[in-house]
Design a protein. Structure first.
Length: 194
């Protein structure tokens, strides 16, 4: 079975959002090892106030009031279990400037019968004098990739709690050693598959 191996490292709860104070309940999870040199004053103040080593970044996860975890708690791979489904969010590979055939799956123009130097072009971009413009969002050539992508319902095949590894069935967006966000699947119930 082809799997993607993800490593959970240096993840801990660095903050809480409560229903009384903020209007919703969530946990702020810090990940990676940060460098104070590349932090803003506000970020430095946040870590100094809580007396934590700085993290590379912080992400927020909505949780129920009864599922709150104390700040400083380390998050491990065993939060997930084999058989459950997860959603993975990452930044897709950047592919630079791409034509309409690669970017939007256009069919392209004819290979013969007078088509000249325009076999992979997108053809007409709109109408004549009325409306006299190209509509916003028109599918054309441009920058492809390097955007936030969510892959839903990936199955957890195995969890190695000692090494902090999670084995997922299928592909995950992003390059090697990229940071990704893993959360319980929102479209499937959290239960082991028989």
């Amino acid at each position: 079975m082809p799997v993607t191996v993800l490593r959970v490292s240096s993840c801990r709860v660095v903050g809480q959002k409560t229903l009384d104070k903020h209007g919703y309940s969530a946990l702020q999870i810090g990940f990676g090892v940060g460098r104070p040199k590349s932090m803003t004053k506000a970020e430095k103040g946040f870590y100094a106030k809580h007396k934590f080593e700085p993290n590379k970044g912080i992400r927020e996860f909505r949780v129920d009031e009864d599922a709150m975890v104390e700040t400083g708690t380390q998050m491990h791979a065993e939060h997930f279990e084999a058989g459950q489904f997860v959603d993975v969010v990452g930044t897709s590979l950047g592919k630079g400037f791409a034509g309409p055939m690669k970017r939007h799956n256009f069919a392209g123009n004819r290979a013969s019968h007078g088509a000249s130097l325009s076999h992979r072009s997108h053809g007409s971009t709109g109408q004549c004098q009325d409306p006299g413009k190209v509509f916003k969002g028109k599918k054309m050539a441009g920058h492809l990739g390097s955007e936030r992508v969510t892959i839903q319902n990936l199955k957890v095949v195995q969890v190695d709690s000692e090494k902090g590894l999670i084995f997922l069935k299928g592909a995950v967006p992003g390059h090697k050693a990229a940071n990704v966000l893993i959360r319980d699947a929102i479209k499937k119930a959290r239960k082991a598959i028989q």
